[in-house]
Design a protein around this ligand. Structure first.
Ligand code: SAM
Length: 386
């Protein structure tokens, strides 16, 4: 017997989380989408990122760049060592990674050839910002499985102060919970989450905070009439905190996103919210609650400007495809073709990994933003056309 789609959805959602959200809406009225998304992803007991062990891996719901192949971490390490040189090789070079998932990027940076440079290796202090104890355990296990001494990594619950080095994130900001808004006859409305019987539904409300209108005033853009758009109010606050925490160094951000003019273009009628479950994407946030990922594209205009207001210089922006090609992602493929021409299987395996990471329709379209404080203007290799 085939099951109706709704029945299947109810099997794959988190029943206690759904019950809690229904109760909250029944007693207090519609909640903002931000509150709904925060609960779905980060509820302390039932949230997606609190209950899934490996959502970002090939066997999970979606794949991130570090999970594709260790070459990603090795090339990021190459970029980090160039930052270390540009900062005149300080005695301590912090790499602080926030939102480290399973700890795969940390593992690959720490075991890359670059990290074995004597001076860089001695200066490198790697800190993972991870508030969730269970994820810290998973990260420790990833490092241990690779034979990396756990003493090489420190864990912190929040941003440490006086960072000297690089603050690094991969797909952190697109996982922050967002508000959803819609413009109706010139007025900004907020898309909240209400109930129709037992079903979660969109409900248009007055904006829950004046910060939403202020956000659009700041970028000088309004969504087109009838267009739904996401607003990530956490990102500008986050970069302010980062700017205060970095004493000297770089902020390297990898994330899906656009400049505000493209993100809020009038043709983009339904925003960019996407849900991922078992490697397929949907626009259905009220299904599989607590069991699927949710993400919304980052507004890089706001991220840059908020960083600049807080004292970070915008040094460069590029796409992941160009970044990895400039750092030499093709070398490994070319060397097999040149030195081991008979090893076709190895050649195609490496070529497929490279294509996964640089395909402009997939991971290659990720934006790479470099911000800095107290560092020289020297263009770094990942952002430089030689
Ligand atoms: C899309 S996953 C990316 C994981 C990893 N960077 C990767 O590339 O595989 C986003 C991660 O950010 C974490 N995260 C979200 N907000 C965070 C915060 N404020 N501090 C630390 N981690 C956070 C989530 O728990 C999740 O593990």
């Amino acid at each position: 017997m085939t099951r109706p789609a709704d029945e299947f959805a109810s099997i794959t959602e988190s029943a206690p989380l759904v019950a809690e959200l229904r109760e909250r809406i029944r007693s207090g009225g519609p909640v903002t989408f931000r509150a709904f998304m925060e609960a779905a992803l980060y509820h302390p007991r039932h949230g997606y990122y609190r209950t899934q062990d490996a959502p970002t891996s090939r066997g999970g719901d979606y794949v991130t760049s570090p999970e594709v192949h260790p070459i990603f971490g090795a090339l990021v390490a190459r970029q980090l060592i160039e930052m270390y040189d540009a900062m005149s090789r300080p005695v301590r070079f912090d790499v602080v990674e926030q939102g480290a998932g399973r700890g795969v990027l940390a593992r690959d940076i720490l075991r890359s050839p670059a990290a074995h440079d004597d001076a860089f290796g001695r200066a490198l202090v790697y800190t993972i910002i991870e508030p969730v104890a269970r994820l810290r355990e998973i990260q420790r296990a990833t490092l241990a499985d690779a034979g990396i001494d756990a003493a090489r990594v420190r864990w912190a619950g929040a941003l440490p102060s006086r960072i000297e080095g690089c603050l690094l994130t991969n797909e952190l900001l697109d996982a922050f919970p967002v508000h959803r808004v819609v413009r109706r006859d010139g007025d900004l409305r907020e898309v909240c989450v209400g109930l129709d019987g037992d079903s979660f539904v969109d409900v248009e409300c007055a904006p829950s905070t004046p910060a939403l209108a202020a956000y659009f005033d700041e970028i000088g853009i309004v969504p087109g009439d009838g267009c739904v758009a996401e607003v990530n109010l956490d990102t500008p606050l986050w970069i302010e905190g980062v700017a205060a925490a970095v004493e000297r160094g770089y902020v390297l951000t990898f994330d899906y996103g656009y400049e505000a003019t493209a993100l809020y273009a009038p043709w983009r009628r339904d925003g960019t919210l996407l849900c991922f479950y078992r490697q397929s994407a949907s626009s259905a946030p009220y299904q599989r609650i607590g069991k699927q990922d949710m993400t919304a594209s980052v507004d890089f205009t706001t991220l840059r400007r908020a960083g600049e207001r807080a004292g970070l210089r915008t040094l460069a922006t590029t796409d992941q495809s160009s970044f990895l090609v400039r750092l030499g992602i093709g070398e490994g493929v070319a060397s097999v073709a040149r030195d081991r021409p008979g090893e076709l299987a190895e050649y195609f395996a490496r070529r497929n990994v490279v294509l996964d990471l640089i395909d402009p329709g997939k991971l290659g379209r990720i934006t790479v933003l470099l911000q800095g404080k107290g560092v020289p203007d020297t263009a770094l290799r990942g952002f430089r056309d030689d």
